[in-house]
Write a protein that binds this ligand. Sequence first.
Ligand code: PLP
Length: 420
Amino acid sequence: MGIFNEAQKYIVGGVNSPVRAFKSVGGEPPFIEKGKGAYIWDIEGNRYLDYIQSWGPLIFGHCDSNIEEAIIEAVKKGVSFGAPTKVEVDLAKEVLELFPHLDLIRFVNSGTEATMSAIRLARGYTGKDDIIKFEGCYHGHSDSLLVSAGSGAATFGVPSSPGVPADFTKHTLLAKYNDLESVKKCFEKGDVGCVIIEPIAGNMSLVPGEKEFLEGLRDLCNHYGAVLIFDEVMSGFRAGLRGSYDVYGIKADIVTFGKVIGGGMPVGAFAGKKEIMEKLSPVGPVYQAGTLSGNPVAMSAGLATIKKLKANPEIYKNLEEKAKKLMEEFEKISKENGIDFTYNVVGSMFGFFFNPKKPENFDDVNKSDTKRYAKFHNKMLKEGFYFAPSAYETGFICTPMSDEDIQNTINTYKKIANEI
Ligand SMILES: *Cc1c(COP(=O)(O)O)cnc(C)c1O
């Protein structure tokens, strides 16, 4: 029996996170044995160039020696205490130093926890229950945020999930990405305590927010006394060292982090202005807690990652050049083969669409040819290139990815383009 069949006997769908099951692209997912640098190997010994990188965290690739060493040293001292440790303070300092508008931070174990807790805090701080989220933005799988949630959910055509009571989501107002008028309507309709957005949306493939739109959001939040939450679980330390702040210079009231901040270990965080963060327990009344939060092994991996990024801020330019090269050549090849193709690149992130129009929102994204994406995915995988198994995901470049790796990817797309 194949391992995927065996997995399905014991684990729901054979996977512990749905997109991994390859349902939207067909075929069976390779089971991964190990990784090194830009590559991963499956248990049958096939090698792949990895454009997923654990869905974003591994900006330095697999088994980076500094991160590996930090983890091993931490493990030797004990894997968890449930008591404060110095490494939490060190990581907090390193992160906050980057953002003049963020005073205090709280570490959690996942991006889902970070956004869920940030929403609770924003509601507690403003005393207002309604929140605005955007179609196609994903903020993890907590109840009030699982409405028109992009990627995983969109892949399965389940915009919101059974098991989430309508009573819970009636406070979630849906607006259209890059459309300020739709946000104004939500503000007029509800008693809005916060707006949560991916300023660089990475869960409907990659759709960056327009600068005027994001500035408009900032103004509306100021006007209505609502908390602006930038969910940078993906874009943080990926779009640039300071995430969207490097791109737009817009100051959100709360920023959520995940993925890169843990260097591949389970870490999430939310940080914000003192006045808001001090509403959080134990200083304030808004409850939030976690047995393994601030875990020393995970914090050590995060600390090694953030320190290395801060010591090498020039990497982002190089990663962006590689992403651009890949996308520009893909576009040329697509044109030669009569394939509609548009793309976006921000820092180390890239997203492309088999679509004649470059999407500005989720409706546009949904007009992309996902059948063609499935064919692209299957053929590239067979050739040893591991792209996300869904047209709704963002791709990532990591530092060990060489010009030759990029060129090999381009050559391979050239080879298979007339078959998709
Ligand atoms: C991945 C992601 C999350 C959820 O993080 P998990 O660690 O998977 O819970 C939340 N928001 C954004 C923008 C993400 O990309």
